[in-house]
Ligand binder design. Structure first.
Ligand code: CU
Length: 272
């Protein structure tokens, strides 16, 4: 019964949609650091309240292994509106805008916007730490409903959570989480840029002289620790002027420029 229904549904879907672009896309990435971002090729002004090919599918990626292997697209496929997703350019743009971070356990929380029937689950995700050269399987822990990439949902958001493998090192600008469904006209989905806060994010060193302002902006949620560390360093420095003792080392802030949460990002480190 279901199977017959599915075959009829699939036949209708494939004949109706085979030659149009894509139907389920990642419109949101919610970083553990509070940064909100979106998938590659997403156009923020695309309306999300309908299921017709135009304009609602314009920024969904089609990510086909065959197209990737032949060089027709990069590893993140292409969109109707933007063509090939230039992975390096998308990574750079995402980094400049401020990267969302994975949770401590490597989970990446995304919003899958299903435009129409063949943008459904289940989604398969993999992750690249080297700018898209190689991918490792990720574990989808919150799945989008559907069978074979099909469901009756239209213009609907679903949570999609995928977990990086343990010890994942993001040696490029960021890790790329790539999720796609098995739809016949697809696969559909998106790539997203995400940092896991360890491994490979280049440390740019201490801020140069004259950039004190940057020190005053610890990452969200660490204001107290940052202020305390700074106060401690400042007090130690002040005392050293009177005691003549060696000045206690100032708290070191390693910061990542715009890579995570813009210029406000970084880690406040206690001196050892
Ligand atoms: Cu569709």
């Amino acid at each position: 019964m279901f199977f017959n229904t599915f075959i009829a549904f699939a036949a209708v879907s494939s004949s109706a949609f085979l030659n149009v672009q894509a139907h389920g896309t990642i419109t949101g990435v919610t970083g553990a650091n509070g940064v909100q971002a979106a998938g590659f090729g997403i156009i923020a002004t695309t309306p999300r309240n309908g299921g017709l090919p135009k304009p609602f599918e314009q920024d969904t990626s089609v990510i086909r292994n065959q197209a990737i292997a032949s060089g027709k697209t990069g590893v993140c496929g292409s969109t109707a509106a933007g063509g090939n997703n230039d992975v390096a350019a998308q990574l750079a743009a995402a980094s400049a805008a401020g990267l969302p971070t994975a949770a401590a356990d490597g989970s990446v929380t995304m919003t899958l916007h299903q435009v129409n029937e063949d943008g459904a689950g289940p989604f398969t995700c993999d992750v690249s730490g080297d700018g898209g050269n190689t991918f490792q399987a990720a574990t989808v822990t919150t799945q989008v409903p559907g069978k074979f990439g099909l469901s009756l949902a239209v213009a609907k958001d679903f949570p999609l959570v995928a977990q990086m493998p343990a010890g994942m090192a993001c040696t490029a600008t960021a890790c790329i989480m790539r999720c796609r469904n098995p739809a016949l006209a697809g696969p559909f989905g998106s790539c997203v840029a995400v940092s896991n806060g360890s491994g490979g994010l280049p440390l740019l060193g201490l801020p140069p002289a004259g950039t004190a302002a940057a020190w005053d902006l610890p990452p969200a949620g660490t204001a107290a620790a940052g202020t305390a560390a700074k106060a401690k360093g400042g007090l130690a420095g002040l005392l050293s002027k009177f005691t003549g003792k060696a000045r206690a080392p100032a708290p070191a802030k390693r910061y990542l420029a715009s890579r995570v949460a813009g210029k406000r990002s970084g880690y406040w480190l206690d001196n050892q």
